[in-house]
Ligand binder design. Structure first.
Ligand code: SAH
Length: 225
């Protein structure tokens, strides 16, 4: 199911990852832990390797969104780095991720020291990523097949919440499941582009928000696929 990567491949990809990290720094990412995670994680192994493998490996470390199967894409490395940096993760924090996809963002969160709970609505991606991340060594992740709009009330509250698909509105259930003092990073908007919202919950019923830049995401869809 997974490709074997030789030592020479690893050497080549290590160099590509270092260059990607340099690009991310130029684009404004400063969190050393985020940069270190990206330098470490073999992004080229996360794509849908059943189609167009050589072409994709070629682009694995350019700042692009690429297909991962089920009509979905892995986010741009800059987007992953930006969202992660804005979460201000501290080791041991409980983080809810909506949209597991291929698990690349999940792996970055684990490298940051987070206890990750991740939800995916596409069964094929859920099945694949649930096997793939432990295979890479990320064994602590809790995977859920379900509708991210509803979050995981049985495991709430969360210190941080990250949404990796474009939401038409701010899902109230997610806000309820965020701890007071917690941060949620969520792209909001229904058109081609979304605005990145950074929300800090200040009490049971209040939050502060910052809107930082435009991004392109696949849509956050209702219900399980
Ligand atoms: N974090 C992912 C990004 C994948 S793209 C990665 O690094 O690969 C966004 C993902 O969100 C897709 O896999 C899509 O199927 C999923 N998604 C969309 N709507 C959802 C919902 N309501 N609940 C859970 N997952 C959802």
């Amino acid at each position: 199911m997974f490709y074997h990567v030789s030592k020479e491949d690893e050497y080549l990809f290590q160099g590509k990852r270092r260059r990607l990290v340099e690009q991310l720094k130029l684009k404004g990412i400063i969190d050393e832990a985020v940069l270190k995670a990206i330098e470490k994680i073999p992004r080229h192994l996360f794509f849908d390797q059943s189609t167009a493998r050589p072409a994709m490996l070629e682009h694995a470390y350019s700042d692009k969104a690429l297909p991962i199967g089920a009509g979905q894409t892995i986010s741009h490395p800059f987007t992953v780095a930006f969202q992660t940096e804005k979460l201000e993760i501290k080791s041991g924090e409980k983080v809810l991720e909506i949209g597991s996809g291929c698990g690349y963002q999940t792996a970055v969160l684990v490298e940051m020291g987070a206890k990750v709970f991740t939800i995916e609505r596409q069964k094929s991606l859920y099945d694949k990523t649930k096997l793939f991340l432990p295979y890479l060594g990320y064994k602590s992740v809790r995977f859920f097949y379900g509708d991210g709009y509803k979050g995981l009330p049985q495991h709430a509250p969360f210190d941080k919440i990250i949404v990796t698909a474009g939401a038409p509105y701010l899902p109230n259930d997610l806000l309820v499941q965020l701890k007071t003092g917690g941060i949620m990073v969520i792209p909001i908007g229904e058109g081609e582009q979304q605005e990145m919202y950074i929300l800090r919950k200040t009490s049971d019923s209040t939050f502060e928000r910052q809107v930082l830049g435009k991004f392109k995401f696949v849509p956050l869809l209702q219900n399980k696929a």
